[in-house]
Design a binder for this molecule. Structure first.
Ligand code: ADP
Ligand code: ZN
Length: 294
C-alpha cells in the first residue's frame, strides 16, 4: 500500500510518500505561500505517484465536522491568505482517493501513538511549541474532537511573579501561547530561542509556563504519555525543567509512579523526531482508506 502524507504548516508544507507501517520513503517541502501556489506544488508532486489514499494534518483552526458544508476548510486562521481555504476540496479536485484530515497536532499524536513514544498505549498528548503552541490528544484510542477541536495552547496560565512580559497572543494576550511560544520568547528577550541557548533564566521561565499547561492537561485528560515537539522543544535542557515544574504543580496529588518517580519516561520528546506529523498523516490516510472500504 502506498499513501501520500501532508503536514500542512503555517511556515511550510511537508509532503511525503509512505506506507501503512509508518515507513516514509521520501519527503519534500514547500514554503507556505498562497493556497493556489502551494496546492500547485503539492498536486504536481503527488501526481507522479500511484497512491491509495492521502492523509492531511493541518494547521488551523480547521472544520472537522463531516456534516458541515465547510468540512475540510482551514477556517479562521490568523494567516489572511489562508482564511476560509477549502484544503481538502482543492485536493479532491485532483485526487479521487480517500482523504483523511485532522489537525497537525492530532496527526502527530496519532503518529506517536502508533509508531513513536506512545506506542502500545491508548492515550497521549502531543504538544508542539513553535510559532504557536498546539496540543493534540488521543483518549481511549480516539483523537479528541468536539464542537470544533481543542485549542489547548490558548489556556490561561498564572504569570510568574518576576515576569514583566505582557504576552503576545492577538486573541488573549497572556495565554500559554502568548507567554511561551517561540515569538513570545523572541519578544521577551529580544533574541530568538535558538540564540538563547546558554541563558538559564530563559529556559527556567519557559519550563515554568509549559509545565503549567501540561499539569492542566494531565489533570483534565490523564494521558499515559506527554510528548513535546516543535522548534522550541529542540532545547532538550527544557525537559528536566518542565518535569520538575509539573511535579511541583501537581504536588503529589496524582499518585502514579509515572509522575512521582518515572517522570523522565512520561514527559518526553517525540519518538519519531521530526517525522511525527508526517507519520501521523500516513496513519490518517490508512484510516481513510479502510473507512471508505466498508
Ligand atoms: P513552525 O511552528 O512554524 O512549524 P518551528 O516549530 O520551527 O516551526 O517553530 C518556529 C519557532 O521556534 C520560532 O519562534 C523559532 O525561533 C523557534 N525555534 C526554532 N528552532 C529552535 C531551536 N532550536 N531552539 C529554540 N527555539 C527554536
Ligand atoms: Zn491565545
Amino acid at each position: 500500500m502506498q499513501f501520500g502524507a501532508i503536514e500542512a504548516g503555517g511556515t511550510k508544507f511537508v509532503c511525503g510518500i509512505g506506507d501503512e507501517n509508518g515507513k516514509i520513503y521520501e519527503r519534500v517541502s514547500f514554503p507556505t505561500t498562497t493556497p493556489e501556489e502551494v496546492l500547485g506544488h503539492v498536486t504536481e508532486y503527488f501526481k507522479s505517484h500511484d497512491l491509495q489514499a492521502l492523509g492531511v494534518g493541518s494547521f488551523g483552526p480547521i472544520d472537522l465536522n463531516l456534516q458541515s458544508p465547510k468540512y475540510g476548510y482551514i477556517t479562521s486562521t490568523p494567516k489572511p491568505l489562508w482564511q476560509n481555504t477549502n484544503l481538502v476540496g482543492m485536493l479532491r479536485e485532483h485526487f479521487n482517493i480517500p482523504i483523511g484530515f485532522d489537525t497537525d497536532v492530532n496527526a502527530a499524536a496519532l503518529g506517536e501513538l502508533k509508531w513513536g513514544a506512545a506506542s502500545g498505549l491508548d492515550s497521549c498528548i502531543y504538544m508542539t511549541v513553535g510559532t504557536g503552541i498546539g496540543v493534540g490528544a488521543i483518549v481511549e484510542g480516539k483523537r479528541v474532537h468536539g464542537l470544533t477541536h481543542p485549542e489547548m495552547g490558548h489556556i490561561l496560565v498564572r504569570k510568574h511573579p518576576k515576569d514583566e512580559f505582557l504576552g503576545n497572543c492577538s486573541y488573549h494576550q497572556d495565554c500559554l501561547e502568548g507567554m511561551a511560544a517561540g515569538p513570545a520568547i523572541e519578544k521577551r528577550w529580544g533574541k530568538k530561542g535558538q540564540e538563547l541557548v546558554g541563558n538559564d533564566r530563559v529556559w527556567e521561565l519557559e519550563g515554568y509556563y509549559l509545565a503549567q499547561g501540561i499539569a492542566n492537561f494531565i489533570l483534565i485528560l490523564s494521558p499515559q504519555k506527554v510528548i513535546i515537539g516543535g522548534g522550541v522543544a529542540k532545547q532538550l535542557q527544557l525537559f528536566p525543567l518542565i518535569r520538575n515544574n509539573v511535579q511541583a504543580v501537581l504536588n503529589g496529588y496524582i499518585e502514579h509512579q509515572q509522575i512521582l518517580s518515572a517522570i523522565e519516561e512520561y514527559i518526553v520528546p517525540p519518538g519519531l523526531g521530526d517525522n511525527a506529523g508526517l507519520c501521523g498523516a500516513l496513519a490518517l490516510a490508512n484510516e481513510a482508506f479502510y473507512r471508505s472500504d466498508k
